[in-house]
Design a protein around this ligand. Structure first.
Ligand code: PLP
Length: 417
């Protein structure tokens, strides 16, 4: 009897102890702590709109996803033929700076624009423009350094900044100025002893703005004055419209050692999956240091380089056709936006001067505005993506052509004013 009683008391105590034990923290012992860097890494801003778009779909609305920069334009035939007829027995690593033949081909490509580059030490092939940006930051910037970037800007610059421990400092380009380069005085206000560089995207994603030679020359002056790096993301260099010509930062005289160029085949030849880009600079020390990062990751992708090299033979007619098509899409989106009730004067669409036709900026569209549009929509709506600048959303018209046509029909038929 007493034994049962003692057993009962013991059982009761064990239960009490179990109940009052503090709950086990997953991070306590059985899981190592994730680095704070990973927590600071920003998730894609496009994700913020996913729940709204999903809700709109649940409510039976058709959502046109025009937000992801994945062109549906066909890759040049010369590339597809090359890849179909490959006869390779071993998929090898390449030189860490990429195939010599490809670097020579790229040097010829740049010579056509009056830019002379030594293929042996001024061009390094990378895994997309993304890796070129990462290598550029890792090579040139210390953790804690500051990098001034005209905003709105390509949202992943924030992520690359976090990867390198660098603080991205935005300088606002105004929509009412068509996103022209902010006055140099605005840059100067932001310069501190930690400022190490300026990053521009030309033509700009998402603004489409194409910097003039004069604007770039003002940047050259400030870069010289404060001894800064000028990172020039020119991955959209082919996408200039209405006869406008691209002027490269590599053409700026007197800052050859400051300019670091980012290139990519992704959008130029609609080859995002090739994962090939390039890091380019005339600064010999910078390039030899960057190559060490390249050596650590061994090699850029072999198939991607074969495709990239083949793409150099793409005829001009390919680019002419692509630009004609993008202009047509731009017009559909911009004209369509102007017809949407509630977008009208409040969310006036702006077609940015001579810029990248794949983007149309929409003034004053916050995530809340967009949510409202999706909530109130009775018919069909396009999905906007929020950008780094809260006052603006962007629409990427690289989306599916059929979707755009459908959107146009809906706008013309249903919600048109
Ligand atoms: C402005 C800009 N820079 C760089 C990239 C990186 O592209 P990738 O790594 O595919 O070359 C992109 C991709 O959309 C971009 O828009």
């Amino acid at each position: 009897m007493i034994r049962y009683l003692i057993n009962g008391i013991l059982l009761f105590e064990i239960c009490v102890i179990l109940i009052f034990l503090p709950p086990k923290q997953p991070n306590d012992k059985d899981m190592p702590k994730i680095a704070s860097k990973a927590h600071s890494m920003p998730a894609s801003p496009i994700r913020k709109l996913v729940p709204y778009a999903e809700q709109a779909k649940k409510d039976g609305k058709k959502v046109h996803h025009l937000n992801i920069g994945q062109p549906d334009i066909e890759t040049p035939q010369v590339v597809l033929d090359k890849m179909k007829n490959l006869d390779i027995k071993v998929v090898e690593y390449s030189h860490s700076a990429g195939f010599q033949s490809y670097r020579e081909g790229l040097s010829d490509y740049y010579r056509n624009f009056g830019i002379n580059l030594n293929p042996n030490n001024e061009i390094m092939i990378t895994t997309g423009g993304s890796e070129a940006l990462i290598f550029a930051f890792q090579t040139c910037l210390e953790p804690g350094d500051e990098l001034i970037v005209p905003e709105p800007f390509y949202a992943n610059y924030n992520g690359f900044g976090v990867t390198a421990g660098v603080n991205v400092v935005p300088v606002t380009a105004k929509i009412e100025d068509g996103f022209a380069l902010p006055p140099i005085s605005e840059f100067e206000k932001l310069i501190t002893p930690k400022t190490k560089g300026i990053l521009i995207c030309n033509p700009g994603n998402p603004t489409g703005y194409l910097y003039s030679k004069e604007e770039l020359e003002t940047l050259r002056d400030i870069v010289k004055k404060y001894d800064l790096f000028l990172f020039a993301d020119e991955v959209y260099r082919e996408f200039c419209y209405d006869g406008a010509e691209h002027y490269s930062c590599l053409q700026l005289e007197g800052i050859e050692n400051n300019v670091v160029l980012i290139d990519s085949v992704s959008k130029r030849y609609s080859m995002c999956g090739a994962r090939v880009g390039a890091l380019i600079s005339k600064n010999a020390e910078l390039m030899s240091m960057a190559l060490k990062f390249g050596q650590a990751r061994l090699s850029p992708p072999t198939f991607g380089q074969i495709a990239g090299e083949a793409a150099l033979a793409t005829p001009q007619s390919y680019f002419d056709d692509v630009i004609e098509e993008y202009v047509e899409r731009r017009d559909i989106v911009v004209n369509g936006l102007n017809k949407i009730e509630g977008v009208g004067p409040k969310l006036a669409s702006v077609l940015v001067d001579g810029g990248l036709a794949t983007f149309a900026a929409v003034a004053a569209a916050s995530v809340a505005d967009i949510q409202k549009i999706l909530d109130e929509a009775e018919g069909n709506y396009a999905r906007f993506s929020p950008d780094t600048w809260p006052q603006q959303a962007k629409l990427a018209t690289e989306g599916k052509w059929d979707e755009l046509k459908e959107l146009q029909d809906n706008l013309d038929g249903g919600k048109a004013k």
